[in-house]
Design a protein around this ligand. Sequence first.
Ligand SMILES: O=C(O)CCC(=O)C(=O)O
Ligand SMILES: [Fe+2]
Length: 494
Amino acid sequence: MEARFSRVKLGFQGGEVQLEELGTRLDGFEDGLDELREEMQGTLNEDMYAEQQKTSSLEAKVMEMLASLRGQVEEMRDDLHKDNLGLAACELSISHLLHRVVYVHVYKRIHVSLDLAAESLVVQLSCIAVKKRSVFMATTLAVASRVESLASSGIQAIPKEYVRPQEELTSIGDVFEEEKRTNKGPQIPTIDLKGIDSEDERVRERCREELKKAAIEWGVMHLVNHGISDELLNRVKAAGKAFFDLPIEQKEEYANDQASGKIAGYGSKLANNASGQLEWEDYFFHLIFPEDKRDMSIWPKTPSDYTEVTSEYAIQLRGLASKVLSILSLGLGLEEGRLEEEVGGMEELLLQLKINYYPKCPQPELALGVEAHTDVSALTFILHNMVPGLQLFYQGEWVTAKCVPDSIILHIGDTIEILSNGKYKSILHRGLVNKEKVRISWAVFCEPPKEKIILKPLPEVVSESNPSLFPPRTFSQHIQHKLFKKTQAALLSK
Ligand SMILES: O=C(O)CCC(=O)C(=O)O
Ligand SMILES: [Fe+2]
């Protein structure tokens, strides 16, 4: 069969629903979308009650369409697999200008997901009916709204998209209490890097051993005496905070557009699975190193020193990343520069900054700022504004990270876990929110290039008694694989 999966975008623009198709199409699918479009256009001017009725019939129609799709796709599965097609997502999106008002008016959300046994393919279609002055309807996977505006609207109860599933709620407590409780249980190690450039080899060796041990046992640590001045860290934090202190309208000028693949800029999480689950945060995301790969047009112009301090931080952090990678290489019995080279070196390793902005939350016991995940990066460096929130899943329990002044938190990400064949751990972590204080964190993800490098355990760390635990995948395939597993889990738990 000639058909290919393509990204299909259905947008709401200028009061008219438009269908835009990129790439070639899957047989029969377009008819379905045409019908859907007609339905939606018909719905645009209906009153709310009629719309609700229509929404149900639309849901049935989408279900039907997907059922027929499933048959077709199953036939094509082997082909798709051969061609190594990644995640194919059918996205129906709404223009980002509407994002910030959408969730407030959501009264019906329909999610339909088609999932297949083939690892390489996930099709999701989700519909959201929204009401905004005159009623309209949009079908979307990509509805985002600013959590900040939700938080400042004075609501006492958070929308259900932010409420975690029942099983997870039992583990979410008051973060300030949790931070105190941490005095008793296990604590994230603090690694003092003062000795790393010592003239005395024994001092250097001890320092390396400590970091290595923390990377093996925890995969996360507080770094102190890391060589980046407190003054610079404070300026980075002040600049990020000043950006988030701007009115939302001004930040919106930097809004990303995830539906069209433009992920850099100001954004909020989009539902990426059938449950429609959202996180209590807004963020600013952009590449900060290497310099020639930056897109300066999206960097905040306010405050005026944002570019200068963030660039300087990027350079210094890149140096620290090399240092850590060399310690981890030696810890595996490899040449000092080996991991650095494996993840792309100075030219290809990408540093992506994500400033996480977690507004105060009226029901913090029901929400998460960032849901439980492991970072896909090689390494992640995190700064925060001294408000607790980060939790690590260690030996079956959530451990709350203490706020260590002037430290940088270092995470080992999946990439290093894979290269080391699981010797260094990529730890599961999440972020709690609270009622009293805005929390901000600055995460810099050091990532290998998406397609150029095949990640798999290094031959030196694999043996008959220690066989490879990870199949070869590019970074991008690794991300898709995780997304697929997540989607499947969400579907299974329904
Ligand atoms: O806010 C934090 O401390 C953690 C954020 C995080 O885990 C992430 O952005 O990947
Ligand atoms: Fe993370």
